[in-house]
Design a binder for this molecule. Structure first.
Ligand code: NAI
Length: 704
């Protein structure tokens, strides 16, 4: 009979093997009770004269998947995971861990503190702490390099990636793989074999790390700076792993010091906010509605977005019908679609034959809307013109089956107006994908006045199926993301007119942690898009408003449309996706300033960022106040998943809270003296500051 060590952990002697078993569903998280039970198990094992070897095993679907996230932010009871791992390693007789499922973070640290490891085929291991802004702190940074070498450990720990166990065996993290699907039986057999072969205690802490040279760490520090784009945690990881040349006790002490530093870093709060925010965005008023079935989807338009959406759907196992205007446009659509798989083919992840077979079995192209009659959901991705959208939706209304979901990928247009041309506005919503749609993680689910709850839930279900982050948005010009983008781009354009160069602005924005600045982004998207948008809005111009668009119109008139014409704010004539500044741009901007009678003044980087961020936060506050975004965290996840906002800053609202809302408000009041129309502070911001509250206080879960 098993002896109970704690609520979730038992001890049982089976043929001389002390089985220390955890049964804490769903993922055997290393909570207070489990840690106490495992620690007691090691004590019991060392004192048990009949036990020759111990086996750490978990019931259910996985080995310890990691720390217990419900204990997040609470003070954990002793023993901590680190003390538990030290105790396991110190055992006087051999200890085996038998892994299955996903052994991540603390789970893997427990496993590598044991002396031997066997794992079920198909399981995964990893040290993902870097994603929360911290480092593995229960010996992971010291024991992993001793088992797999410093270079491999640096790669695993700084990337935080999930490593297939077959690869982990080749790297030395795992000793044996078993494919029986029975981790207990396999662990017992392995333990008996080890005893029979006279294999004893083998402490990873006593191993050395031959490849841990100063050059290696210098190289990785450089790499971490480049790849982390301002994220400190990658550097903390390198710093901790570097201590693996010290005796283990000293290395562990060093690991604790670096870990404490990472926990005190405000970046950690931002990363934790992003981690939980990605889950919290699914808490929407419609969460309890049952999504409609999703097997076959239709895509209207095979351009940039239609082909990307089709690729995303095929990758997630759905069937796709693509409808284009005529046979010629359809052929281009198919070519666009195939191009989206080109890098997978080039990298050997799929063969040309696999791609052909995939399209053959689950893709249909048509120039006739009738082909959509059996689709469960259709996404329209045609030209961004209301008249065209209305024409398409009238046709969809005529052919789609009852109960099908009708979605538009529009970036800016009024979803209610589009829905109104159908007899079923309750089935219509916006599904705003980002380019490239098969790669970008964000999906804005735009809810119209009449959209039914199940239809919203279906949009979220589609995102989940595609591995995307869905954010619920209300209807307005640009929804959450593009509307806020419009505000900070305008701040940037005004600075250019007033004296900043596009290159100074791009550099300042990159220094904040964005992968690119607004003018590099314009070059990438194509400067004709903004020009078309401005011409569409010409009729509605407010003579009292400042537009700051002359230099952008000149770019268009010069044919400098960005990467696609080889020339934009930057010169791409050398090929590739970056290049030196276009030498014609600054003289053109100076001429434009003269035309407007503006005396250029200097904008230091701090001033550029002060304005850029103030414009962003102010518009975001309006978006929350108007209910376009449910909560500040929805804005944050939109900015991170779709607009390159640095994750380690947690999104514009989290960043504003961290800086202090009073500071942002003071900046806005100051700027409003210059141009009250643009910079007047959002009432929500005024109110929060007056009440001494923060955006985070508005992040309570929406009803669901
Ligand atoms: P695109 O110009 O690359 O493709 C549009 C496609 O629609 C063309 O292939 C055209 O032949 C087809 N089309 C036009 N009228 C049609 C009709 N009546 N029936 C069937 N097909 C028709 O445009 P893109 O960039 O793919 O944009 C499509 C939509 O996605 C627009 O509403 C745009 O605002 C939106 N969007 C674009 C993003 C981007 O970065 N390009 C990002 C997010 C949304």
């Amino acid at each position: 009979m098993p002896e109970r060590l704690s609520d979730f952990v038992t001890y049982e002697l089976i043929d001389g093997v002390a089985v220390i078993r955890t049964d804490n569903p769903p993922v055997n998280a290393l909570g207070n009770d489990v840690r106490a039970g495992l620690f007691a198990g090691m004590e019991r094992f060392d004192a048990d004269p009949q036990a020759k070897i111990a086996l750490i095993h978990c019931e259910g679907r996985t080995f310890h998947a990691g720390a217990d996230i419900t204990e997040f932010g609470t003070k954990r009871k002793d023993p901590q995971i680190s003390a538990l791992c030290d105790r396991i390693e110190a055992a006087g007789k051999p200890v085996v861990a038998t892994l299955h499922g996903t052994a991540l973070g603390g789970g893997l640290e427990v496993a590598i503190a044991a002396h031997w490891r066997i794992a079920q085929a198909g399981s995964k291991v990893g040290l993902p702490e870097v994603h929360l802004g911290v480092i593995p702190a229960a010996g992971g940074t010291q024991r992993a390099p001793r088992l797999m070498g410093a270079a491999q450990a640096l790669e695993a720990i700084t990337s935080g990636r999930h490593i297939p166990v077959e690869e982990a065996r080749d790297l030395g993290l795992v000793d044996e793989i078993d494919a029986s699907g029975d981790p207990l039986a396999a662990g017992l057999a392995y333990a008996r074999r080890l005893v029979a072969e006279g294999k004893g205690v083998r402490r990873s802490g006593e191993m050395t790390v031959p490849d841990a040279t100063p050059e290696l760490f210098a190289q990785w520090r450089e790499r971490a700076v480049k790849q982390g784009r301002g994220l400190h945690a990658v550097l903390y990881c390198v710093e901790a792993v570097e201590a693996c040349t010290l005796p283990i006790a000293e290395g562990l002490k060093r690991e604790t010091e670096v870990s404490d530093k990472s926990h005190a870093d405000p970046q950690r709060d931002a990363m934790v906010h992003a981690f939980f925010g990605e889950r919290a965005v699914a808490k929407i008023p419609e969460a309890k509605a049952a999504p409609r079935p999703l097997a076959a989807i239709g895509v209207v338009g095979g351009g940039t977005m239609g082909a990307g959406i089709a690729a995303a759907a095929l990758q997630s196992g759905l069937s796709v019908v693509m409808v284009e205007r005529d046979a010629e446009a359809l052929a281009r659509g198919e070519a666009n679609l195939r191009r989206n798989f080109a890098s997978s083919v080039a990298k050997g992840r799929m063969s040309q034959g696999d791609l052909d077979a995939l399209l053959e079995s689950r893709w249909t192209g048509a120039a006739d809307y009738g082909a959509l009659k059996d689709a469960d959901l259709v996404i329209e991705a045609v030209f961004e013109t209301m008249a065209v959208k209305k024409e398409v939706f009238a046709k969809l209304d005529a052919v789609m089956r009852e109960g099908a979901v009708l979605a538009t990928n529009t970036s800016y247009l009024d979803v209610n107006e589009i829905a109104a041309v159908t007899r079923r506005p309750q089935d219509v919503l916006g599904l705003h994908f980002f380019s490239p749609a098969h790669i970008m993680r964000l999906l804005e689910v735009v809810v119209g006045d009449k959209t039914a709850p199940e239809v919203v839930a279906t949009g979220f279900a589609l995102a989940k199926r595609m591995g995307k982050i869905a954010v619920r948005a209300g209807v307005c010009d640009g929804f959450i993301g593009n509307r806020i983008l419009g505000a900070y781009l305008k701040a940037a354009d005004m600075m250019v007119e007033d004296g900043a160069s596009p290159y100074e602005i791009d550099a300042a924005v990159r220094s904040f942690g964005y992968p690119m600045g607004p003018f590099e982004m314009g070059d990438l998207a194509g400067l004709d898009i903004g020009w078309l948008d401005r011409r569409g809005k010409d009729a509605a111009r407010d003579p009292a408003e400042r537009y700051a668009e002359g230099f952008l119109d000149r770019m268009y008139e010069n044919g400098w449309l960005g990467q696609k014409t080889g020339m934009g704010f930057y010169d791409y004539s050398g090929g590739g996706r970056s290049g030196p500044p276009n030498p014609g741009v600054l003289p053109m901007i100076e001429a434009e300033r003269r035309r407007l009678g503006i005396n250029a003044r200097a904008f230091p980087p701090e001033e550029i960022l002060r304005r850029y961020i103030a414009a962003m936060v102010n518009e975001a506050a309006k978006v929350v106040e108007e209910g376009i975004a449910l909560r500040p965290l929805d804005v944050d996840m939109t900015a991170i998943a779709g607009y390159g906002h640095p994750r380690w800053r947690g999104g514009p609202m989290h960043h504003a809270d961290a800086v202090g809302l009073a500071r942002i408000l003071a900046d806005l009041r100051d700027l409003a003296q210059e141009d009250p129309g643009f910079w007047a502070p959002a009432p929500l911001l005024e109110r929060l500051v007056a009440e001494g509250r923060r955006f985070a206080d508005l992040n309570a879960p929406a009803a669901g």
